[in-house]
Design a protein around this ligand. Structure first.
Ligand code: ADP
Ligand code: MG
Length: 213
């Protein structure tokens, strides 16, 4: 079994790797409705987060430092929102054992903090349309006894469905909301980046727990 702090650090590193590979696509999605800077902002934020995550500490402390660095470096609306998400998950993780339920509680706290800061609700065509269905699916799997890595895996299809469903939505929050009806027809950039980050974490968990535990 891999040390939990190492897993937290690897999650941030893998997120950067996958976001870098999709930077242009995220920029294109954001350009369809916003200003086209989402891919670049995510890469800038995650590079700073990876650097901050190299410090020693508990998984929670590592995520707090990574989230804070992300918010400072990424800028834009999503910088503050995703920074808050990562920091709040970090603050809400227990110092001791992280099990499927304590992770669920921490994820819920982080997603609630993001929603409150952005005044967004599911259906507003934002990151939340990926995160909220993921959290519900993860919670169901965790409560029926799945391990962290299997619950995470089981919830990824709900995240994907949520992200894809934003293509049919009209934007209610952020820059894209100025477009009104014209924002329909493209997947939301932030919803896509959250899907990529959740997949990155899933890959790390699979590697750390190859037998599903
Ligand atoms: P900016 O809009 O400042 O250019 P980005 O391009 O980095 O920031 O991020 C845009 C993404 O941020 C959107 O695709 C959307 O998912 C998310 N977003 C914007 N505003 C909000 C909000 N109020 N609540 C939740 N998510 C938001
Ligand atoms: Mg933008």
């Amino acid at each position: 079994m891999t040390d939990k702090a190492v897993i937290a650090r690897r999650c941030v590193e893998k997120a950067l790797e996958i976001i870098v590979a999709n930077e242009a696509e995220l920029g294109r999605l954001d350009a369809a409705a916003g200003d086209g800077d989402h891919g670049a902002g995510m890469v800038r934020g995650l590079k700073a987060a990876v650097a901050a995550a190299q410090n020693e500490g508990t998984p929670g402390q590592i995520l707090v430092q990574a989230g804070s660095a992300f918010a400072d470096a990424a800028g834009g609306a999503s910088g503050a929102l995703i920074g808050t998400l990562i920091m709040t998950v970090g603050q809400s993780l227990p110092e001791g054992n992280i099990d499927p339920t304590t992770l669920q509680v921490a994820l819920e706290a982080g997603i609630n903090a993001l929603a409150k800061l952005g005044k967004a609700r599911p259906g507003d065509k934002t990151m939340l349309d990926t995160l909220d269905p993921f959290l519900r699916a993860y919670g169901e799997a965790a409560q029926s006894g799945a391990s962290v890595s299997s619950a995470w895996q089981a919830a990824l299809p709900a995240a994907e469905q949520g992200a894809m469903s934003t293509a049919e939505m009209v934007s209610k929050r952020g820059r894209a909301s100025r477009l009104g009806e014209r924002s329909r027809g493209h997947v939301d950039a932030g919803a896509m980046s959250m899907l990529l980050v959740l997949r990155a974490v899933g890959q790390v968990l699979n590697e750390a727990y190859p037998d599903g535990h």
